[in-house]
Design a protein around this ligand. Structure first.
Ligand code: HEM
Ligand code: HEM
Length: 217
């Protein structure tokens, strides 16, 4: 509804070119694509896969926190530019892009607030926090990517921008697939080693800790 009006004369424009309004839309697109669409998935990849490499220790945690916190700050700035652009274009609505954008902001803010109540790693409620944090985290990444593609359809920049972003997402997916397989391989190998250690050293293993937690924070 009304999308043709707002885009007339600007579709196919290169990012960085055109009127002030087009520039503002481009900035909105770049900020959001970098934060929700690149940094957030990268931060999740760090939390899930970097942890497996024992030599890294707890560094995965600091990488994850730095990446996600910066992504949230840039993402909120990008989101705010969207709300502002929307309010400056009365009568023109991109309903689904807007609704997803607002849900995304709320869920990500909830995610950040809930970090204040993170139980210690050995606490009996930590498992629930993990389930909650993982679900919201992946939800944010999926919603972010969907909204970015909706944004591309509204802005309609040169095709190379959408293609480049799609390329980045495909690379992330391939990297995640390979690392997922590697992680399973390592985890199963460690479990097997721990089991045979238990059998030779008694129920809890000779160090009393059983399976290594590898830098879990
Ligand atoms: C909005 C920002 C954030 C998003 C989208 C996010 C997303 C995620 C995701 C998807 C995972 C699961 C990785 C896996 O499959 O193992 C994860 C794990 C984790 N995140 Fe975040 N995260 C965010 C911010 C943070 C921050 C700021 C902290 C710092 C306290 C944090 C602490 C953790 C921890 C400790 C884990 C590992 C939990 C475990 O399995 O033991 N996250 N995060
Ligand atoms: C997850 C990332 C994104 C979020 C949260 C977001 C959020 C928003 C919001 C809330 C609006 C206001 C809609 C309205 O009031 O009708 C908006 C408008 C818009 N967004 Fe996004 N956006 C995102 C990504 C993108 C991307 C990547 C692009 C471009 C490639 C883009 C292009 C636009 C355009 C052209 C508008 C219309 C501005 C206007 O009314 O003049 N968005 N966005």
């Amino acid at each position: 509804m009304g999308t043709l009006n707002v885009l007339s004369g600007q579709s196919g424009s290169a990012i960085g070119a055109g009127s002030t309004k087009t520039k503002k839309r481009n900035i909105h697109g770049i900020l959001n694509a970098i934060s929700w669409g690149i940094m957030m998935p990268l931060g999740a990849i760090m939390a899930r896969y970097v942890r497996v490499f024992e030599s890294v220790g707890p560094a995965w945690f600091y990488l994850h926190v730095t990446c996600q916190t910066s992504a949230y700050i840039i993402g909120v700035a990008g989101w705010a530019t969207g709300i502002r652009l929307g309010s400056q274009s009365p009568g023109i609505q991109f309903t689904s892009h807007r609704i997803i954008g607002i849900i995304l902001f709320c869920v990500a803010t909830l995610q950040v607030i809930a970090l204040l109540v993170r139980p210690k790693k050995d606490h009996k409620f930590r498992i629930y926090w993990n389930i909650y944090h993982h679900s919201l985290g992946y939800g944010i990444i999926i919603l972010g990517i969907i909204d970015i593609f909706k944004g591309f359809n509204i802005l309609q920049p040169e095709k190379k921008w959408k293609r480049s972003y799609s390329g980045i997402i495909i690379v992330f997916a391939i990297v995640a697939l390979v690392l997922e397989a590697y992680t399973w391989f390592v985890v199963l190998k460690r479990k097997k080693a721990a089991k045979s250690e238990k059998m030779t050293n008694g129920r809890n293993g000779h160090n009393g800790y059983g399976l290594a937690t590898n830098g879990r924070v």
